[in-house]
Design a protein around this ligand. Structure first.
Ligand code: NAD
Ligand code: GLY
Length: 374
């Protein structure tokens, strides 16, 4: 890896067809060299991005693809465009330019661009190679690794998708410097989730360096992104097709999704909903008697230090206990009419609890609505 060597990291992802996550500072301009290190010499490259990221970072990628033929496809910015219309525009471009299986789709952007470009790559000519170049914290620590690619349908988020692992992930930490704070914070919520899944050490490190994380200190961000990628890589390698243990990556998302749905996915960001959902999941663990109150305090304190909400109180007028309870009933993890919840027993020890008593769920929701999880 070139760029600033102090930040160079490589994390292997041992899926059926293994690949590597290369990280570094200002490494977009070294794209071709990194590809070559991974034995990737595409006949041509379609860079998929959106107008926001194009304006900020495409010039760096342009430097990095100096001797490879490449084109750029720009899809509109935002979750509202994570749909088949955007994918179809990519098919038109790939077919029009006669891309084939020796070509590569390169996703330059956050999770939306990665999911859309990845789904197009998974399905064009029954699958061509794709490279993830994640430019948000959320995409670097989560979405770019693991091969889940999908678009939304009016009836549900990520309803149309595939498993299609990238052939390479290149994380340039410099791209995080241009993120609006709210978008960066979305990633911090996933960092706390991953730390809870990963274990004591990562949770402790995030807590000890919360201020540096907030101000995007490069060496702390580098260490945290690397550790989160390692946690995700090991979970994905153990359960690539999401048949069991990979489910733990949804920690906090059951309550979080019910909160987002309550306000129609507006007014509360995904990261804020996940932050509150994490506290509720830990509180449920406490109520069930499997987690200690000290873990709950620790997670609340860490999220507060990262300026993320910890309770439903004051989030949005539509986030009421009744609405959250109703929306929980629609959760994907529901089985035979019973709600199932992921709860931590301790950092690094996440369990799936079947048939949680309704009164405990109600208590967790009411406490969060009142503004106290404890
Ligand atoms: P996003 O892709 O919408 O990006 C958020 C905003 O940041 C956008 O406006 C984008 O243009 C802008 N942006 C991106 N990089 C930037 C940069 N470097 N500087 C300035 N602005 C920048 O949102 P996200 O949070 O990255 O991803 C959310 C999506 O990821 C959701 O659709 C979610 O379903 C998906 N996701 C997928 C997986 C997976 O495993 N595939 C996992 C988690 C989330
Ligand atoms: N982000 C959840 C997963 O990759 O499984």
């Amino acid at each position: 890896m070139t760029g600033d060597d102090a930040f160079a990291r490589v994390v292997p992802v041992n899926t059926q067809r293994p690949y590597k996550v290369h990280m570094g500072m200002r490494v977009l301009a070294q794209m071709e060299q990194v590809m070559a290190v991974e034995g990737l010499v595409p006949s041509r490259v379609l860079v998929v991005t959106n107008p926001t990221v194009q304006a900020l970072w495409l010039r760096e990628v342009e430097k990095g693809l100096a001797s490879l033929p490449w084109d750029v496809a720009v899809i509109p910015d935002g979750e509202a465009h994570k749909n088949l219309k955007s994918v179809s525009s990519l098919y038109d471009m790939l077919a029009g330019l006669e891309f084939d299986r020796s070509s590569v789709v390169l996703a330059l952007g956050g999770g939306v661009v990665g999911d859309v470009a990845g789904f197009a790559a998974a399905t064009y000519m029954r699958g061509i190679a794709f490279v993830q170049v994640p430019t948000t914290l959320l995409a670097q620590v989560d979405a770019s690794v693991g091969g889940k690619v999908a678009v939304d349908h009016p009836r549900g988020k990520n309803l149309i998708g595939a498993f299609h692992q990238p052939v390479l992930v290149l994380c340039d930490l410099a791209t995080l410097e241009t993120l609006p704070y709210r978008v960066y914070a979305e990633g911090l919520a996933e960092v706390v989730k991953t730390a809870l899944i990963g274990g004591h050490e990562l949770l402790q490190f995030a807590g000890d360096h919360a201020d540096e994380l907030l101000r995007r200190d490069p060496s702390v961000v580098c260490s945290v992104v690397e550790d989160c990628v390692r946690v995700k890589a090991s979970i994905v390698a153990a359960d690539e097709r999401d048949l069991g243990s990979r489910m733990q990556l949804n920690l906090g998302h059951t309550f979080g999704h019910a909160i987002e749905t309550s306000c129609g996915f507006e007014g509360v960001s995904h990261g804020e909903a996940v932050a509150v959902g994490l506290v509720m999941a830990v509180n449920l663990g406490v109520q069930l008697g499997v987690a200690g109150a000290d873990l709950l305090h620790h997670v609340e304190h860490l999220l507060s230090r990262l300026q993320l909400p910890t309770t439903m109180a004051g989030l949005h007028a539509h986030v009421t206990p009744g609405a959250v309870r109703r929306n929980l009933r629609a959760d994907k993890k529901r089985r035979d009419g019973r709600l199932r919840f992921l709860v931590p027993r301790a950092p690094g020890d996440i369990i799936l609890v079947e048939s949680v008593p309704e009164e405990l769920i109600s208590r967790v929701i009411s406490e969060s609505a009142r503004g106290s999880a404890t």
